[in-house]
Design a protein around this ligand. Sequence first.
Ligand code: CDP
Length: 234
Amino acid sequence: MKQLDLLYQGKAKSVYRSDEQGTLIMRFRDDITAFDGEKKDVLGGKGGYNTEVSAFFFRYLEERGIKTHFLGMIDPITMAVRDLTMIPLEVIVRNVAAGSIVRRYPFTEGAPLDPPVIVIDYKDDSRHDPMLNDDLILALRLTTREELDQIKANALAINELLKDHLDARGIILVDFKMEFGRRDGTIHLGDEISMDSMRLWDKETRQSMDKDVYRFNKGDVMTEYAKVAKRIIS
Ligand code: CDP
């Protein structure tokens, strides 16, 4: 497959057109950002760990009946993915209270959320990704009612599958963010599932093993990403 022009450049990934109809090329970069891009760095090797974990989870989910954009690996930091019509929503599932939900609402950090809480933000950096509700999503014509129901059902099913896998490896899935797109009338999981988009705590020590290590200077980010990637794919 040949890589053609750059289609989209995000904060940590670049997406290119390919010479195959309906297939895009997605490359994970070593850039890392936090707090709306206020904190940023380049960490050699980070893209590789996130690609490895994302590819692992896409395969794992596909094998269990979840539709994703993943087609295959091109090199250790590059994937071939289905061209989806992306929906500008950040769909977050929370199993334990942490991050913005603790800042904004009277939850105690670390409190279990059972059943899990779905929070959907509008993916719009210029508006700082404001939180939406069903009525706003429908009024903004971002999805149909049926699509929104499908997105929520998918998000919860993905959460259960990821939680099972991580729990067996001594890792708590605190929360994570997904992005979905349309293809052939069906909702597919797009974007990535990596240490940049999940909050992961060690079950024993409850220490962070994800981007919070970078956000809050909790230790050496690359050492943590390497360790957790190894645990996840084992
Ligand atoms: O903690 P923060 O204010 O970044 O946001 P949050 O709403 O607590 O984030 C919930 C989860 O979604 C965390 O695992 C974040 O890493 C992830 N997230 C993301 O990957 N990208 C965003 N733009 C926002 C959140």
